[in-house]
Design a protein around this ligand. Structure first.
Ligand SMILES: Nc1ncnc2c1ncn2[C@@H]1O[C@H](COP(=O)(O)OP(=O)(O)OP(=O)(O)O)[C@@H](O)[C@H]1O
Length: 713
């Protein structure tokens, strides 16, 4: 049982770590904002200058939407220069004072600074949703500057504060059995036994069925551990179907994920389910910015915004909206037929009117939103957006968090408070959450996090320990508190050739990960376009023997040991990114061979730990194969797969060892993206400061793969 002091140590640590992370994130952006003048900011894609207000409208939530454009009078092209402003970013509209203008007009300074969130972006227009209720005094000529976004941190802070209040039993909080288990205040309750489950999906494998049963039977919390390609999402879809068709058909689920992509992936699969009398169409609503959700018709139709606009009551809101927009048009001087701005007492009166109208609009709209959400059996949102106004007072029976091992613990608490039961899915052995700040290495922290653990029994169930770093996820913490009994692992993978899967299975998944027969032996040779059936589809420019070798080998290792391929440091000293030209040439030759053997560039990805090597490889490969051939670091590759993956290690004398060179979770992601063929280019002899896992892998490759001569011909 967690003691009061353990609880407060845990909460205090979360607060310290979150504050540090917020600071690190803000200083990244504000360093830029305070050090550069607007022109430079525009060059860096952080600002847009010389804009004019084109229109002022009303959006969901009664927010004022300000549309900005580049007036042709100021610019030779109305198309924005390249910039990084994206929907959801925080931005400030300010008067466009140039450095030459010493004293801007009073009306165009402080008062006219407006903050908001980017709502929509096109080549020529950008719409900002302004939250403020105050009078809008938009400058005639303005600019837009991107700001550090603190909303995510605000929501996480609030979630941790709520946790603190809940534990203390403060007013308006409820210490549910779920919260008690998560915080080590009680042990998980015994399972609610389910004798017979009829699965909708007949093809589920035994480990998936076991994980589903385990989740359905767990009263408070259950975790699904899904190694690469084992069908986590597949399993979650069945869980959702089972819950909403259980005897109590009124159950409601909140499905969350760490990213928009992960939740859209689930939503897409829910929408594609076959409909039958036994399995009626699931009523699902996606919360989130329409501009941020996947541009897929079904998904857009499921968004709250579009559903709300289609209800019968929507007409009631429309009237108020038109009135509100007309009044705002007059006030901003941008309405139809409006000439100039209204001033003085009349302006004040009109603003009072806007306030009243906005209140009415929110009331009517709130009614519609509630009715759409109350009808939904499944609500889909990112963990972060589940903390928005629309879900404020809604409760769910179950909350599911996909990619939970990529989400900070605090962000998971945002949806956790909305449900009685929690299901987490992820893989602690793949990419961790992105963390900018350093962990807490103070003697105090170390003492609390580790010393205590060794003092008392290591396996003491339910012991709550403050996390040392934000990389410790809720999933990790539950596993260390309750042991592997809190989770079920999926053990059949549907992606990789058996030889690609063997090493990660043996070293990371206790030899439990097996390959499904449909993939265990698949090779590039089996792809339709590489089949040599006498047709003209294969226009091979290499001899038959080489072609068969290139296409028929699951794992190829170009060991550059002894080749004296020296890397180059891009930038200053040790801090610089690395690249290796000779190694890049070997990569290029292999990609050329793959393509010559009939493998389409869209089936190939090249992964490397250093950004400088990404740039170098891009310059070599893009002119030949275009953008369909993917080149990048491992971060964009989680959850994705390619038939052929080429890994360029750039291993050298870089003592820092970046990315997957030192982190076995990242290396695991890199090596498990490949379906039919994996090629590694690197030096097995420079292992003196490499991670142990990398060393083991290189040794394994040496003994178990097709080792090739890496000399450049
Ligand atoms: N029981 C099954 N029978 C056949 N194919 C399956 C089964 N389970 C999963 N798959 C297939 O395996 C592939 C991976 O499934 P899914 O995308 O659900 O996995 P995931 O674990 O979410 O993936 P990732 O590791 O990339 O996060 C998909 O093509 C899916 O159709």
């Amino acid at each position: 049982m967690a003691t009061d002091s353990q609880l407060s140590a845990f909460i205090d640590r979360q607060k310290v770590l979150l504050a540090r992370e917020r600071e690190a994130s803000i200083s990244q952006t504000s360093d830029l904002l305070s050090n550069f003048d607007p022109k430079l900011l525009e060059k860096k894609g952080l600002a847009l200058l010389g804009l004019g207000v084109q229109e002022v409208k009303i959006g969901l939530g009664g927010k004022t939407l300000v549309q900005l454009e580049r007036p042709s009078a100021y610019h030779s092209s109305i198309i924005f220069p390249p910039h990084t402003l994206r929907p959801g970013d925080l931005a400030r509209i300010e008067a466009n004072v140039t450095t030459k203008t010493k004293k801007p007009a009073v009306a165009d300074t402080k008062d006219s600074t407006v903050q908001g969130v980017v709502y929509k972006v096109s080549d020529t227009r950008i719409v900002i949703a302004v939250d403020s209720e105050d009078e809008l005094n938009l400058p005639e000529r303005c600019r837009l500057v991107k700001l550090a976004n603190s909303v995510t941190y605000d929501r996480m802070d609030r979630a941790i504060e709520q946790l603190e209040k809940t534990i203390k039993g403060e007013k308006d909080t409820e210490l549910t059995p779920l919260v008690q288990v998560l915080m080590g205040l009680t042990l998980p309750s015994p399972k609610d036994r389910l004798d017979d489950i009829t699965f909708f999906d007949e093809t589920l494998n035994p480990s998936q069925k076991e994980a589903i049963k385990f989740c359905l039977e767990s009263p408070e919390v259950a975790c699904i551990h899904g190694p690469p390609g084992t069908g986590k999402t597949h399993t979650l879809i069945e869980i959702i179907r089972q819950i909403i068709t259980s005897s109590d058909r009124s159950k409601r689920i909140l499905v969350c994920g760490a990213s928009n992509l992960s939740v859209d992936n689930i939503l897409e699969r829910l929408l594609a389910l076959p409909v039958s009398p036994n399995s009626p169409r699931i009523k699902v609503t996606r919360i989130g910015h329409p501009a941020r959700v996947m541009a897929h018709q079904g998904i857009l139709e499921s968004t709250l915004d579009i559903k709300a606009a289609r209800t019968d009551q929507a007409a009631l809101v429309k009237d108020v909206k038109s009135e509100l927009e007309a009044t705002l048009g007059v006030l901003s001087g941008k309405g139809k037929g409006v000439k100039g701005k209204i001033k003085g007492a009349e302006r004040k009166k009109m603003w009072d009117e806007v306030k009243a109208l906005r209140k009415e609009y929110r009331k009517r709209e709130g009614g519609i939103v509630t009715s759409v959400l109350e009808e939904s059996q499944v609500v889909v949102a990112t963990c972060h957006s589940s903390g928005g106004r629309q879900l404020r007072n809604l409760k769910f029976d179950v909350v599911i968090i996909d990619e939970a091992t990529q989400a900070l613990e605090a962000v998971c608490w945002i949806p956790v408070f909305k449900a009685k039961k929690l299901i987490l899915a992820g893989d602690p052995l793949q990419l961790p959450p992105t963390v900018l700040s350093e962990g807490d290495n103070s003697p105090n922290a170390a003492q609390l996090a580790t010393k205590k653990n060794t003092q008392s029994s290591k396996t003491q169930v339910g012991q709550l320990r403050p996390s040392r770093t934000l990389e410790t996820t809720l999933f990790d913490r539950l596993e260390s508190m309750y042991g592997s009994g809190i989770k079920r692992m999926l053990n059949v993978q549907y992606r990789m050739h058996d030889q690609i899967c063997t090493f990660p299975s043996r070293t990371l998944y206790s030899n439990k990960l097996t390959s499904h027969s449909s993939v265990a032996k698949h090779l590039l040779l089996d792809l339709p376009e590489t089949q040599d059936n006498g047709s003209t589809s294969v226009k091979s420019t290499i001899d038959e023997e080489t072609r068969k070798e290139v296409l028929g080998t699951p794992v190829t290792f170009f060991d550059t040991a002894g080749c004296e391929y020296f890397e180059r440091v891009d930038g200053d000293g040790d801090e610089g990114s690395r690249c290796n030209e000779n190694e890049a040439t070997v990569v290029k030759q292999w990609v050329d061979a793959l393509v010559a053997a009939g493998v389409g560039p869209e089936r190939i990805a090249v992964i490397t730990p250093y950004q400088a090597q990404v740039t170098l490889l891009t310059s070599l490969l893009r002119p030949l194969y275009g953008t369909t051939l993917e080149i990048g670091t491992v971060d964009g590759m989680q959850g994705r797969e390619k038939d052929s993956v080429v890994i360029s290690l750039v291993r050298s004398n870089d003592k820092r060892e970046v990315g997957f060179l030192k982190d076995k979770r990242r290396l695991n992601v890199a090596m498990t993206r490949a379906k039919r063929h994996l090629c590694i280019v690197g030096d097995s002899s420079t292992v003196s400061h490499g991670g142990t896992y990398l060393k083991k892998w290189l040794k394994w490759l040496d003994e178990n793969s097709d080792v090739r001569y890496a000399g450049i011909e």
